[in-house]
Design a protein around this ligand. Structure first.
Ligand SMILES: Cc1cc2nc3c(=O)[nH]c(=O)nc-3n(C[C@H](O)[C@H](O)[C@H](O)COP(=O)(O)OP(=O)(O)OC[C@H]3O[C@@H](n4cnc5c(N)ncnc54)[C@H](O)[C@@H]3O)c2cc1C
Length: 511
């Protein structure tokens, strides 16, 4: 018997339109995501077959308390959660292939899950069925110094890579801020970006090889250890960022970079959010130095993180801060770089420029930046962490617009993020005087104003957290009907029964 679905099905806002309908089995291009096939429940007979594939110890079923942990990711709002019927923990690509064949035969949806740190509901099984956990695929398979690559299984925690390769003078540059709690498979599936993306780019830039299991249960190898490869369509980059909807990664080869010998962080104080953000294009375009990282924190954001960490920074009078990293081959080169960047900041109206050139001080300021999302989650579950991205030169207009929207609706919209990439985590937080019903009524309209402004400035919906099912309903604002049709056609070609992570990324076609 399927378990009772006690966790609500889909969010209350616009995303609710995108999930939950059923129709006859078998889909056509027009049906993709609009009318998923009538999925079948996970029966006792199917559970027995799954136990036969992965071993009885690696199937969780019939225990709502244990299953609940797999009903959500790190989105704060409980409305996005959905219970799986069972969780399976395969130990090899062959086992995953067998599970996918079975799921296709039985028309049961399968949702891949790494470490569950996602922020768009990607690992949430919106149609129930099987959650396929990759935590047992956690081996580093090969560190190839000669070719500057490392090959890992998808369940390896991202933070394990750099300590392994540091002694060889190398590093993996494409990791996100959540590196201690996310998996490499999840990073590739989300094309995660992080603190070093201004200079080094995001995860996808470093993926040179993938082994994956297709939605129909075939094992396919793409690429390898090559620096260049134009042999046919670039399927690796199609898979990167596909959020577990086109294949399940089982081996990942990542390119490594020479580890910079020196680096320093600047904590730069500005009187206001507007002045801080206005300095961003100036720093990137004006100083001849491309920082490694360029992070923005408005006052509400850094104060929330300081409170959460019980940290007492000396500089809390500032209206906003930029946290900037520069790196290079020598200390002298780095010193020249941070002086040039500091000068740009002062000319742009900075109150103070502090240099953190030792690990302890650097770690202290980065810890504040890394903990903002957690701090807001503790403060209020009634919030919506967004991930908009605009061209760098449009960031000042975006931040000014966000402040106007916040004033108009009488709410806080704390704003922080990877300003050097134009990627801002604007987070509308419920006015405490509102009821939950008022929040649910108003949030879609607040988001519509934010996203309309983002689109008008040439920006888009998500820079790194992905669409999942949280942002599904907003896709038509950013992708034309023809663009969405291309995505539907790709999905259907690879996953004819819409078994793999249905209800994500692609919204239903307009009725
Ligand atoms: C405090 C905090 C800070 C964060 N900072 C950042 C940041 O700086 N940059 C950033 O980009 N993100 C950030 N995130 C979001 C999150 O950590 C990333 O999206 C991360 O890449 C998710 O990895 P995961 O292993 O937790 O994936 P999960 O949440 O388990 O899954 C995410 C998606 O990947 C798919 N997936 C997982 N494994 C596989 C696989 N083997 N094959 C195919 N699909 C798979 C899932 O189906 C799902 O769609 C942050 C999150 C938190 C909570």
């Amino acid at each position: 018997m399927p378990l009772p679905m006690s966790v609500p099905h889909g969010p209350p806002g616009p995303a609710a339109v995108a999930v939950g309908s059923t129709a006859a089995a078998g889909a056509t291009a027009a049906h993709v995501a609009a009318r998923p096939p009538a999925y079948q429940p996970v029966t006792p007979a199917l559970l027995d077959e799954l136990r036969g594939i992965v071993g009885p110890a690696h199937v969780i079923a019939g225990d709502p308390e244990k299953l609940e942990a797999y009903s959500h990711d790190e989105i704060a709002e409980p409305e996005y959660a959905r219970m799986p019927e069972c969780v399976v923990r395969p130990g090899s690509a062959a086992e995953i292939a067998a599970i996918m064949k079975l799921a296709n035969r039985e028309r049961v949806p399968v949702t891949p899950r790494g470490a569950g740190s996602g922020l768009s509901g990607g690992a949430v099984p919106v149609h129930g069925g099987i959650v396929l956990l990759t935590d047992r695929l956690n081996k580093v398979l090969e560190f190839d110094r000669a070719n500057l690559t490392i090959t890992v299984e998808p369940g390896v925690i991202t933070n394990e890579i750099n300590p392994l390769v540091r002694e060889a003078g190398l590093f993996f540059a494409g990791y996100p801020m959540s590196l201690e709690s996310c998996s490499v498979g999840g990073n590739v599936a989300e094309n995660a970006g992080g603190g070093k993306a201004v200079k080094y780019g995001v995860t996808g830039r470093y993926v040179t090889g993938l082994e994956l299991v297709t939605p129909t249960g075939e094992i396919v190898t793409l690429g390898g250890k090559l620096s260049k490869d134009v042999t046919g369509y670039n399927l690796i980059q199609l898979m990167v960022g596909s959020e577990g909807t086109l294949g399940i990664f089982t081996k990942i080869t990542l390119k490594l970079m020479p580890l910079p010998k020196a680096s320093a962080d600047l904590l730069v104080l500005f009187p206001s959010a507007e002045s801080a953000i206005a300095a961003v294009p100036r720093i990137i375009a004006g100083g001849g130095i491309l920082p490694t990282a360029l992070e923005f924190m408005d006052r509400t954001s850094f104060m929330a993180a300081c409170e959460y960490l019980n940290e007492t920074l000396d500089y809390q009078q500032a209206g906003a801060m930029l946290l900037i990293t520069v790196d290079g081959a020598t200390a002298t080169e780095v010193e020249a770089a941070y002086e040039a960047v500091g000068e740009q900041c002062l000319q742009g109206g900075a109150l103070e420029v502090y240099v953190a050139d030792n690990h302890t001080t650097s770690e202290r300021v980065w810890k504040i930046r890394r903990n903002i999302a957690e701090a807001f989650k503790v403060r209020s579950p009634r919030q919506s962490l967004e991930d908009i991205v605009v061209p760098i030169a449009a960031i000042p207009a975006m931040v000014t617009g966000l402040l106007e929207i916040a004033r108009k609706w009488d709410i806080e919209i704390p704003c922080y993020g990877h300003a050097g990439d134009g990627n801002l985590h604007a987070t509308p937080v419920m006015n405490p005087a509102w009821t939950d019903a008022e929040w649910h009524d108003r949030l879609p309209r607040i988001l519509e104003e934010i996203f309309t402004l983002t689109a008008r400035l040439g920006g888009t919906l998500s820079g790194e957290h992905g669409i999942g099912h949280k942002r599904l309903a907003w896709m038509p604002l950013f992708c034309s009907p023809a663009h969405l049709e291309m995505m539907r056609a790709i999905k259907l070609a690879l996953d004819p029964h819409l078994i793999l992570n249905p209800g994500k990324i692609i919204p239903p076609p307009a009725a």
